[in-house]
Design a protein around this ligand. Structure first.
Ligand code: UGA
Length: 421
């Protein structure tokens, strides 16, 4: 099949590389010409295990990146994968979705071919019908079109594996013909395909992320209570997660959830509910618990060190989770900002995310290994579950005082105190 994919962000890149691996012909359309050049040289603009390899295998063969929308006319499928960032009030900024829809309309104008136009970006329910379909039809005179919403469920760090082995594929479509065509793209995966209408598919994505975030905040709440009782939340949640109605995943208590998805999508869902006149009290609590966790780490530090002004604090881990260089909404960044507000001197280390963190926090002192960051520190806070942190032991002896707090359960060192264990 000939597939055009608009947007070389996280989702667009993974989709392009994986569909190319499945033998389809891909045009990846991206407005940033630097990104296009990089992709066409076989290198990924983002870090994701396995992505460079897939790009270099297929680029110039059945995968080409371009800034030009013209190739869309030869496509069977057009996927919109542009960013949908959060606005300060939590609303979703749909500017890029609108502009991609307009460009598609203009590019296919007057064509006699049939096109399936599919939104992948995470959007408030109603966006495909009220924005995408309207815009495309406004700028194109063809009506031989099908529209659908096909949400993605990819985790950073595991995106290729998640794409190739999905738990389910959701196809939200209001006409059977387009839905059947999209289904044919995914039929080789050994996974259930759920057919819904367009708005239900949009909501499935929001509700899935909200559910996962709720599990995390729930575990953190239970963990905060367990800590006061002097019991181990990991033993407790192990017992809880063995109930098949609950399952053991996403019950790891700690510093809370970050990343480009959960915080943004929950904020957006809260705004959707507010605009409908409904008070989403559970979702608000999920966010409140999440915002509390970094503050608890600072409280623990104060309990151990007293005033942190002028103290030197090693922060190990800056990425919002392991296996990524992404620091968006990372709990480590919240902790560092609190430390800096309190007048502490931060010595940071992350195996992948230091560059991104330095761009976010000007003047942040990053070290090239954990040992150097720990040397002479008054305290250490572990914020990302990088496996190499589980091996640290002797290195902690280099600290001025052995105050070690972890926001992710990773260390086996006996001197470590967990945020809620
Ligand atoms: C998340 C979802 O897991 C994907 O299914 C979804 O497609 C994606 O958002 C998206 O909407 O695009 P991702 O943001 O890559 O994926 O990261 P997760 O692995 O879900 O982790 C999110 C955060 O939750 C991390 O900060 C992680 O440390 C935290 N977390 C996760 C916990 O604190 N405890 C857990 O048990 C699990």
């Amino acid at each position: 099949m000939m597939i055009s994919i608009i947007g070389a962000g996280y989702v667009g890149l993974i989709l392009s590389a994986c569909f190319a691996k499945m033998g389809h012909f891909i045009r990846l359309i991206e407005s940033d010409s630097n990104k296009v050049d990089m992709i066409n040289s076989g290198r990924s603009p983002i870090y994701e295990p396995g992505l460079d390899g897939l790009l270099s295998d297929h680029i110039g063969k059945n995968l080409i990146a371009t800034t030009c929308y013209n190739s869309i006319r030869e496509s069977d499928f057009i996927f919109i994968c542009v960013g949908t960032p959060s606005m300060p009030n939590g609303d979703t900024d749909l500017t890029m979705v609108a502009s991609a829809s307009r460009s598609i309309g203009e590019a296919i104008n007057e064509s006699k071919e049939f096109y399936a136009i599919i939104l992948k970006s995470t959007v408030p329910p109603g966006t495909t019908e009220n924005l995408v379909i309207r815009k495309v039809l406004k700028y194109s005179s063809t009506s031989n079109l099908g529209f659908a919403m096909n949400p993605e469920f990819l985790r950073e760090g595991h995106a290729i594996e998640d794409f190739m082995h999905p738990d389910r594929t959701v196809i939200g479509c209001n006409d059977t013909h387009t839905g059947d065509l999209i289904e044919s793209l995914y039929k080789s995966f050994n996974a259930p395909i759920i057919r819904t209408n367009i708005m239900e598919a949009e909501m499935i994505k929001y509700a899935s992320n909200a559910m996962l975030a709720t599990k995390i905040s729930f575990s953190n709440e239970i963990g905060n209570i367990c800590k006061r009782l002097g019991i181990d939340v990991y033993n407790v949640m192990k017992g809880v997660g063995m109930d098949h109605r609950i399952n053991p995943h996403f019950l790891d208590a700690g510093a809370g959830f970050g990343g480009s998805c959960f915080p943004k999508d929950i904020a957006s869902l809260i705004r959707v509910a507010e605009k409908l006149g409904y008070d989403p009290s559970l979702l608000r609590s999920v966010v409140r618990v999440n915002e509390k966790q970094p503050k608890i780490i600072i409280e623990l530090l104060h309990n151990k060190l007293g005033d942190i002004h002028g103290k030197s604090i090693a922060v190990l881990g800056l990425a919002f989770k392991k296996d990524t260089d992404d620091i968006r909404e990372s709990r480590a960044i919240s902790v560092i900002r609190e430390l800096e507000r309190g007048g502490a001197r931060v010595k940071a280390y992350d195996p992948l995310a230091s560059n991104n963190a330095c761009k976010e926090i000007s003047g942040l002192k990053c070290y090239s290994n954990a040992k150097d960051a720990l040397k002479d520190a008054d305290a250490c806070i572990i914020m990302t579950e990088w496996p190499e942190f589980s091996e640290l032991d002797e290195e902690f002896n280099l600290m001025k005082s052995k105050v070690i707090i972890e926001g992710r359960r990773i260390s086996s060192c006996s001197d470590v105190e967990g945020i809620c264990w």
